[in-house]
Design a binder for this molecule. Structure first.
Ligand SMILES: [Zn+2]
Length: 237
């Protein structure tokens, strides 16, 4: 095997280690995201309950304004009746007073209903806040574990990066550029053993003269079709 291919294979194994480590990091991130979603769900419940309270409080305040207006109007009617001589005008005012009284009673009972509703909704906010707190408490040990796992993996990653850099330093610069470009454009595995007389990646037959070059280890040969760097494993054909 060409000595450069041996170095490339070592580099590739370091890169595959890094990939595996990155997968583990992504798993941890996924698990954290799942915990975050649970918190967000509980937070949403709290804010929806708080919004319902705010709406009910506003409705209650609107009723108070309305009721106050009705009361003022009723007071004016009473005063008007007092200074009006009995007759058609006084009868009309009396009828208006009675009608408005029942409307006012309806609005007042609506106010009581809304005040009760505010109390109920405030209770729901308290419960939702307790629910959120419970979710956070329940997650705390799991989050600590995840952070520890992440720190461990990060340490592995730092070591793997160092090993990768050391391995890459041994590879010929032009070959390293070719290898890195292939990896970016194709797959993480770009130094590939031949499969019999064919490329081990795309399975296109490799011409005999190129096969003997590869076998002799004289050059670093790539597949003419897919570009991967080919080698014949020890003990191979
Ligand atoms: Zn190929």
């Amino acid at each position: 095997m060409h000595p450069d291919v041996v170095k490339l294979l070592d580099l590739q194994s370091k890169d595959l280690d890094l990939l595996e480590i990155d997968t583990r990091l992504a798993d941890v991130a996924d698990e954290e995201a799942e915990l975050d979603r649970a918190v967000e769900g509980a937070e949403h419940t709290v804010s929806a309950a708080a919004q319902a309270v705010a709406d009910a409080v506003q409705r209650r305040a609107e009723l108070e304004v309305k009721i106050e207006t009705y009361r003022v109007q009723q007071e004016r009617r009473r005063q008007a009746i007092e200074i009006t001589h009995p007759g058609k005008r006084a009868a009309t005012l009396m009828a208006e007073l009675d009608l408005a009284r029942s409307v006012l009673a309806q609005e007042e009972s609506e106010w009581i209903r809304m005040a009760d509703r505010v109390t109920t909704l405030e209770q729901e906010v308290t419960e939702a806040e307790a629910g959120l707190e419970a979710v956070r408490e329940q997650q705390a040990p799991e989050r600590i574990q995840l952070k520890e796992r992440e720190a461990d993996i990060q340490r592995d990653r730092d070591a793997a990066l160092k090993a990768r850099a050391e391995s890459a330093a041994l590879v010929d610069k032009r070959l390293l550029t070719r290898y890195d470009r292939l990896r970016r454009n194709r797959s993480p595995r770009v130094v590939v053993p031949m499969n019999g007389s064919a490329c081990g990646s795309c399975f296109t037959a490799v011409p005999l003269h190129r096969r003997s070059l590869i076998k002799g280890g004289a050059v670093v040969e790539g597949c003419e079709v897919c570009g991967v760097i080919l080698y014949i494993p020890e003990g191979g054909e």
